[in-house]
Design a protein around this ligand. Structure first.
Ligand SMILES: [Ca+2]
Ligand SMILES: [Ca+2]
Length: 235
């Protein structure tokens, strides 16, 4: 009996602790503030080079993205890959690697996938999706949005015409529902082949909290108090 009551006490203590650590969903801030949990994206900062992701654009790391569009390189400076692109450093460290894209035309409504990777997720969990974008040419700036399993989600970021290495954040939160593995993509809604050029860096996919309902605090306090009183009585 005493052992059983100890177990109740321990369970109540765990629940009270869980309550203290839970992320209240109503308090999730949709403005960008990076979650500190592990980034589930492999090579999201491109430090491993042109690997770990797929794209509808063709890979070309021969320092020659000019003039044929719909190609990308993973490099240190946009100007080293296209004579008309501006010169700036990556977002991660300033001298690391980024994805440098010469956006191109595509059939209306088809929307090319700029970058895509399969991510293992936990059901009933909220995630923060984030990426950083900088235009390399001020003409026909890109319009970027995330997609999960080809369904677009979150806001569209219209890239800035500032080509001085002005990194802007695209982020949103996404609820996993019953999913255990998803295709996480960055799409470009601009079909222009002239201009429509940009760099991408620091792509992340991080857990921000579970959505499963947490027992009411009053129930937990009641459980904890009962267990505490019974424990005192027995000791
Ligand atoms: Ca980087
Ligand atoms: Ca282009």
């Amino acid at each position: 009996m005493k052992k059983a009551l100890s177990s109740i006490f321990a369970f109540a203590t765990i629940l009270l602790g869980a309550r203290a650590n839970a992320v209240p969903i109503t308090m999730l801030d949709l403005s960008y503030s990076e979650s500190t949990s592990k980034n589930l994206v492999f090579n999201g900062d491109f430090s491993a080079g042109d690997t770990g992701f797929s794209s509808d654009y063709s890979s070309d790391n021969s320092h020659n993205l000019y003039p044929v569009p719909a190609r990308y390189a993973v490099g240190q400076d946009p100007s080293e890959h296209h004579s008309l692109f501006s010169s700036f450093g990556d977002r991660t460290t300033g001298d690391g690697l980024m994805m440098i894209v010469n956006g191109g035309s595509f059939p209306e409504g088809a929307g090319p996938v700029v970058w895509s990777q399969t991510i293992d997720v936990v059901p009933d969990t909220n995630y923060q999706l984030s990426a950083w974008i900088a235009s390399t040419i001020p003409t026909e700036v890109a319009r970027l949005q995330f997609a999960i399993n080809s369904e677009v989600t979150g806001p569209i970021l219209t890239a800035s015409t500032d080509t001085s290495g002005f990194w802007e954040n695209l982020s949103t939160t996404w609820y996993s529902d019953s999913n255990t593995s998803v295709e996480f993509s960055l799409m470009n809604h601009n079909p222009a082949w002239l201009g429509n050029d940009f760099a991408v860096d620091d792509i992340s996919f991080r857990e921000v909290g579970t959505q499963t309902s947490v027992p009411e605090p009053s129930i937990l306090i009641g459980l904890g108090a009962i267990a505490f009183m019974l424990r005192r009585k027995l000791s």
